[in-house]
Design a protein around this ligand. Structure first.
Ligand code: PLP
Length: 404
């Protein structure tokens, strides 16, 4: 049994009052709070190690480089990648997907196809639209059913030798749907297509093995998994990272520069132009170690029980409509109350010290498919409790009576 009170005690941000009420933080799909260990790691890095990496011969530069590279190795092990140079540090998922989408401009030609799904975050739609615009390739969309699960028959029917890449999320941030990515990866490979998995919402809740999955690209974002903002990682198979060109030019990513010719550095540096978020990278390892100490299996189990409790309690409310009820679902509850505007509900909840997300959650196509303007979204993390859920239910009831 996990000691949630003990875990919760490690998060200073959770222990404050908002508008005169103890904070209930249920916006973890947008970003998680940070444990003291992560906050300490940032402080310690700047107080004791701060220096630029991969450059200096001096002591601090070595320390900083070692700490940053230890984080890369930690991520490699965490995702079970074969090589540490298959891990590229990025600002987050958005930059990771842009890096791949930009690189694929050199692979795509007119008539090629890229497949995404209806339930993607905008960051897994727009970069592909841009790549299609630049190359004449065509974007194909996997539809979803009324529960928010992808229509797998339609996915299989879309795949052909024209398909060059499939890009889907592991777990939808708007609905919580867990996609059958192993089946999708195998199907993409059957037609010779590469596949990118957006793991923003999966990495804080599930253990991931990129070799077992056989994913070509898998992206994770630090700030969704208890690490700082502005740091994330792209896993890419060596053969793909060698094939696609660099995303940004600058320092650190070159082997030699002259005005006649510039040659690029080896992996992973080829994709890491400029001075990165070193402190963030170092603290990313702290967050992953922290997660592993609790154990992702334990986390998944706890959150799934809490999800069930929250779903049951919220459905007691008259007019509650759950948006997204796929058979495989993670800790996200997106809902409407009658036809009350989600924003109005969110405003009242905020006055009661309850943080949720309202709106389209950067997934407008999902809302369009459900013909709704948006939802109220409560998203769970390991520090949430039944008490948080009870406060949410009370708050929603109050909002309903005020707005009806
Ligand atoms: C948050 C999120 C993103 C964007 O990630 P950043 O690291 O903030 O750029 C992309 N996809 C999903 C599913 C997300 O939840």
């Amino acid at each position: 049994m996990l000691n949630i009170a003990k875990i919760r005690a490690q998060f200073p941000a959770l222990h404050q009052e908002v508008h005169g009420h103890p904070l209930v933080y249920l916006d973890n799909g947008a970003t998680t709070q940070k444990p003291q260990a992560v906050i300490d790691a940032i402080q310690q890095y700047y107080a004791e190690q701060n220096s630029n990496i991969h450059r200096g011969v001096h002591y601090l530069s070595q320390l900083a480089t070692d700490a940053y590279e230890a984080s890369r190795t930690c991520i490699q092990k965490h995702l079970n990648a074969q090589h540490s140079h298959e891990i590229i540090f990025t600002r987050g998922i958005t930059e990771a997907i842009n890096l791949v989408a930009h690189g694929f401009r050199s692979v795509l030609k007119i008539g090629d196809e890229i497949i995404v799904s209806t339930i993607e975050h905008h960051s897994n739609i727009v970069p592909w639209q841009m790549a299609c615009d630049a190359t004449g390739a065509k974007l194909q969309i996997i539809p979803m059913d009324e529960n928010g699960a992808l229509k797998m028959d339609a996915f299989h029917a879309l795949l052909s030798e024209k398909t060059k890449l499939v890009a889907v999320n592991h777990i939808s941030n708007a609905l919580g749907t867990i996609n059958p990515i192993k089946e999708m990866i195998d199907a993409a490979h059957q037609v010779g297509a590469a596949i990118l998995i957006d793991g923003a919402q999966a990495a804080p809740h599930l253990s991931i093995d990129v070799q077992e999955l056989d994913a070509d690209f898998y992206c994770i974002s630090g700030h969704k998994m208890y690490a700082p903002t502005g740091i994330g990682a792209l896993y890419g198979k060596e053969k793909w990272l060698n094939k696609i060109p660099p995303y940004q030019g600058g320092g650190e990513m070159i082997a030699t520069v002259s005005f006649e010719e510039t040659t690029y550095a080896d992996l992973p540096h080829k994709f890491e132009a400029g001075t990165p978020n070193i402190a963030g990278g170092v603290a990313f390892k702290t967050a992953i170690d922290w997660l592993n100490e609790i154990g992702l299996e334990n986390i998944a189990q706890y959150e799934s029980k809490l999800l069930q409790y929250a779903s049951e309690r919220l459905s007691e409310i008259d007019g509650f409509r759950l948006i997204g009820n796929a058979p495989q679902k993670a800790g996200v509850i997106s809902f409407m109350i009658n036809d009350l505007h989600p924003y109005d509900i969110g405003m009242i909840l905020d006055k009661l010290g309850i943080a949720v997300r309202t709106g389209h959650h950067c997934a407008q196509p999902v809302m369009d498919a459900f013909c709704i303007p948006g939802t109220v979204r409560a998203s769970l993390a390991i520090y949430n409790t039944k008490d948080d859920v009870d406060r949410l239910v009370e708050g929603v009831k109050k909002a309903k009576s005020m707005l009806s």
